[in-house]
Design a binder for this molecule. Structure first.
Ligand code: TXA
Ligand code: MG
Length: 338
């Protein structure tokens, strides 16, 4: 199927606690169809990692460029070690953080049962064991699943079933509603194929990773992908995680302009007025802010503001990941965001 012609389907919505939800999700995936499942970070758009046709549907539904590889999710570490060689750093990080919001890039095993498109044809593969028992139980039945964030390419990730339907309704077979995502921003991505390197800041902070493997090289040190090679990291992309409105970052309450939306940390009033304000956290708590981030960007887009002013976000804990996503959301837009 050509990537610009997704197969439109009626999208079924079920609750995570419904009887047979695991079997329904697994059955949908085993047919080669797409199902959005709630992971602890954001909702993931899942498909069988071993099947070319299923993985092709993911790229088509998202409008994702073929050179941007996917994360393969497993029920447990053994399922993923069958696909890739874990060096000492990958082993130590998997021991410390799986199941959980950490993605490891490792060298693909020769003959690994993976669709070539899942790794954008490259020699490495990104791997994660997600925390929710539900997703792991589904993967136990299906085998490894690719699961990019369940949004159109370049757009804001989905942290609720409603947001998934707004992004991908009619393009995928199933959405499992597990309520709002527990963390709200995507996993930390570490390249373990050489000296460990941070490719994407995320839910697990740099300090926690460095406590296990020592100092990390910065994403900026990564060699740039050559033409036609898979991207080394989302850090090399321009605009990403972007709402329709433009963003103005690090704006204090007193500097918000009339007519702007305000994504606020703290409880100060501003010129935006309360109906154009989303408070990520009234107390300045960065974990609470992460959970509210993507829904807040969506809500201010829906309110129709042209510009969203954003409070300064501290660079501690998950705040580093929030700052990273806001920086990308504020980057100049291009025709091909990735
Ligand atoms: O939290 C998450 O990671 C979510 C949930 C659903 O698990 N998934 C997610 O997937 O954020 P996605 O596709 O939106 O982002 C995966 C990132 C991409 O930016 C991609 O470039 C990078 O991981 N990636 C995938 N494979 C890679 C590889 N072999 N080498 C380097 N980077 C890779
Ligand atoms: Mg994404």
């Amino acid at each position: 199927m050509p990537q610009d012609a997704p197969e439109y389907t009626a999208t079924r919505l079920i609750g995570i606690d419904e009887a047979d939800a695991i079997e329904i999700a697994a059955g949908t995936l085993m047919k080669g169809a797409l199902a959005a499942l709630p992971t602890e970070t954001v909702y993931g758009l899942c498909a069988l990692a071993a099947r070319d046709d299923a993985v092709a549907k993911v790229f088509a539904a998202k409008g994702r460029p073929a050179r941007n590889p996917l994360i393969v999710h497993g029920a447990d570490r053994a399922m993923l070690e069958a696909l890739a060689e874990f060096g000492p750093d990958a082993s130590a990080l998997a021991d410390a953080f799986w199941p959980g919001p950490l993605t490891l890039v490792a060298r693909k095993r020769p003959g690994a049962a993976l669709a070539a498109a899942a790794t954008a044809g490259g020699p490495t593969v990104a791997l994660r064991v997600p925390a929710p028992a539900f997703v792991r139980a589904v993967a136990e039945r299906t085998g490894p699943l690719v699961a990019p964030s369940a949004n159109r390419s370049g757009k804001v990730s989905a942290t609720s079933a409603k947001a998934v339907l707004e992004e991908l309704g009619g393009r995928i077979a199933l959405v499992v509603d597990g309520g709002p995502s527990a963390i709200g921003v995507e996993s930390t991505v570490i390249d373990t194929t050489g000296a460990p390197r941070l490719l994407r800041p995320g839910a697990i902070g740099r300090d926690a990773i460095e406590a296990v493997v020592g100092p990390l090289a910065a994403a900026a040190d990564a060699p740039a992908a050559g033409d036609g090679e898979p991207l080394r990291s989302p850090g090399l992309l321009g605009s990403h995680y972007a709402p329709s409105a433009r963003l103005r970052l690090d704006v204090e309450a007193a500097d918000v302009r009339p007519g702007e939306g305000w994504l606020a940390l703290g409880d100060a009033p501003s010129a935006a007025g309360e109906d154009h304000t989303v408070r990520l956290s009234a107390t300045g708590d960065v974990d609470e802010a992460a959970r509210a981030l993507y829904a807040g960007l969506r809500a201010l887009d829906a309110a129709g503001v042209a510009v969203i002013a954003v409070s300064p976000v501290p660079d501690r804990g998950i705040g580093a990941a929030i700052r990273d996503r806001l920086k990308r959301a504020a980057a100049p837009r291009t025709e091909d965001p990735e």
